[in-house]
Ligand binder design. Structure first.
Ligand code: V47
Ligand code: SF4
Length: 386
C-alpha cells in the first residue's frame, strides 16, 4: 500500500532485507514520531547514506516542499585576536601575538555598514575573536550607531562565547547582560561556539571557553527576551556518534522549552593550519549522513542550514537532497573563519542569480528570506535577476 508521496521511501521500508531496527525507525519517521537517543545512534551506526537520505528528504519536503531559503547578509569581523585557544581554530591570533591580528574601530565597522548603503542586504552578522578590550560598552555603542544609520538592518551578532566573556568582564548577570545588549540593538544570535557539548571533548579541543550549560543558558535567556538564535555543532574530529547525539539531544530539549531556535547548522571540521591538522576530514558521504540524521533527529528545529563556502558549491547542492532547506553565504561573503581553516571556497562570492541557479539546478525553489524567515522573494521563475 502506498502511504507517502514518496513511493521510493515506501519501497525502501518494505525491502525484506532491511534491518529490523532501521525499518522500525523509518516507520516512526513516517508517523512523525520523535526518535529516541538510542534510535539516533542506530541511524549513525547502521543507516547508510541512501536510507537516511531518503527519509530526511521526505521530512524536508513535508516541512518545506522544494523551498530553499537564502538571505542577503554581510559579515563584520571586529577582530581575530582572541583570549581563547581552541585547538581547531585557524583564525584567531592569541592576545599575546596580537600584532599579527586586526582590530577594527567603531568607525571602521560603521564604514563597512555604509559600504552597503543602497544595497538590498537585510542582515549584518557580527562575529569574531574574543578581544579583552572590546567590551560590552564598545559593542553597545557600535550597535546603537548601526541602528541610527540604518534602522532596517537586522543585527545578528555575537556567539555565546563572546557574550559570556563580555558579561563576566562587565560583572553583569546573563539576564542583565542580554537585556542590555538587546536594548542596544541586538536582535538575534548566530549559533557558533557550541562545538560539541560533552565535557570530555570540550576539555580536549576548547577547554577554556564557556561550557555547555553556559552556552545553553545564554541562548535560553535570548529566547526569553523574544530573540531567535541558531545552533551549530562542530563534527568530524575526535568526537564519536554518542557525543553528536548528546549534543543534538540537549539542543532539542531546550527547543522544547523555548521554541527560540530557528536553524541547526552542522559544521564540518576542516583541518588546515590548526592544532588538529593530523586528524583527517570526514568524507562527503559522512557529511551527507550527518545532515540527514540531523534532519531526522532535530524534529523541533524548523530549518537545517548548510554553509556553502565551507562545503563547496557541489556538496552544498547535494545537501539539499539530504534534509537541508537553507543555504548560507550569498552575494559577498566577508567571513574569514573558514577560508583560514581550509574551506572549499577561498574567496566565496556568488551573485543572487548564481545562488538561485545552484538551487534550481538541484531541483529546488530558491526563496530569499529575512533573518526570521519572512519570505522576501521567490526566484523560481527569475533566472536572470540579481
Ligand atoms: O564556533 C572554527 C567553527 C564557528 C573551524 O548561526 C570551524 O548563522 C570547521 O558558528 N573547521 C563560528 N569549523 C561560525 C558559526 C556560523 C557560521 C555561519 C553562520 C552561522 C549562523 C554561524 O566556526 C565556531 C566553530 O565551530 N570553526 N574553526 C574549523 N577548523
Ligand atoms: Fe577564539 Fe572562536 Fe577561535 Fe575559539 S573558535 S579561538 S573562541 S575565535
Amino acid at each position: 500500500m502506498r502511504r507517502t508521496d514518496h513511493p521510493a521511501v515506501d519501497t525502501l521500508l518494505q525491502q525484506p532485507s532491511l534491518d529490523a531496527d532501521l525499518k522500525r525507525i523509518g516507520e516512526k519517521v513516517l508517523a512523525q514520531q520523535r526518535l529516541t537517543p538510542e534510535e539516533g545512534l542506530i541511524l549513525f551506526e547502521k543507516g547508510d547514506v541512501g536510507f537516511v537520505g531518503a527519509l530526511a528528504n521526505q521530512v524536508r519536503e513535508r516541512l518545506h516542499g522544494h523551498k530553499t531559503y537564502f538571505n542577503r547578509n554581510f559579515h563584520i569581523e571586529p577582530t581575530n585576536v582572541c583570549v581563547f585557544a581552541c585547538k581547531f581554530c585557524a583564525y584567531s591570533r592569541l592576545y599575546k601575538n596580537r600584532e599579527e591580528g586586526w582590530e577594527l574601530s567603531i568607525d571602521q565597522m560603521l564604514d563597512i555598514v555604509k559600504s552597503y548603503d543602497g544595497q538590498p542586504v537585510t542582515e549584518v552578522h557580527i562575529v569574531g575573536g574574543v578581544h579583552p578590550k572590546m567590551n560590552m560598552e564598545f559593542f553597545m555603542e557600535l550597535m546603537r550607531k548601526i541602528r541610527a544609520h540604518r534602522p532596517d538592518l537586522h543585527i545578528k551578532g555575537f556567539t555565546a562565547v563572546e557574550l559570556d566573556y563580555m558579561f563576566r568582564k562587565a560583572k553583569v548577570s546573563v539576564a542583565e547582560g542580554m537585556r542590555l545588549m538587546h536594548e542596544a540593538g541586538l536582535q538575534s544570535m548566530p549559533g557558533g561556539g557550541a562545538e560539541i557539548f560533552a565535557p570530555e571533548i570540550r576539555a580536549k579541543i576548547c577547554h577554556d571557553k564557556v561550557d555547555a550549560d553556559g552556552w545553553l543558558e545564554i541562548h535560553k535567556t535570548a529566547h526569553q527576551l523574544g530573540m531567535v538564535t541558531n545552533a551549530t555543532m562542530l563534527y568530524g574530529h575526535i568526537e564519536n556518534y554518542s557525543h553528536r547525539i548528546d549534543h543534538m539531544e540537549r539542543l532539542r530539549q531546550l527547543q522544547d522549552e523555548t521554541h527560540g531556535f530557528n536553524t541547526f547548522i552542522p559544521l564540518k571540521f576542516r583541518n588546515k593550519d590548526n592544532e588538529m591538522s593530523d586528524i583527517p576530514e570526514s568524507s562527503i558521504v559522512e557529511d551527507l549522513r550527518m545532515y540527514a540524521i540531523a534532519r531526522l533527529y532535530m524534529d523541533n528545529f524548523p530549518h537545517l542550514k548548510a554553509y556553502w563556502p565551507m562545503l563547496g558549491r557541489s556538496t552544498a547542492q547535494l545537501t539539499l537532497a539530504f534534509g537541508v532547506n537553507d543555504l548560507d553565504g550569498t552575494i559577498d561573503d566577508t567571513t574569514k573563519i573558514y577560508s583560514m581553516a581550509g574551506a572549499e571556497e577561498q574567496h566565496p562570492s556568488l551573485t543572487t542569480s548564481e545562488l538561485a541557479m545552484l538551487i534550481r539546478q538541484a531541483g529546488r525553489r530558491p526563496v530569499e528570506r529575512d533573518t526570521v524567515y519572512n519570505e522576501i522573494r521567490d526566484y523560481t521563475d527569475e533566472p536572470q535577476l540579481n
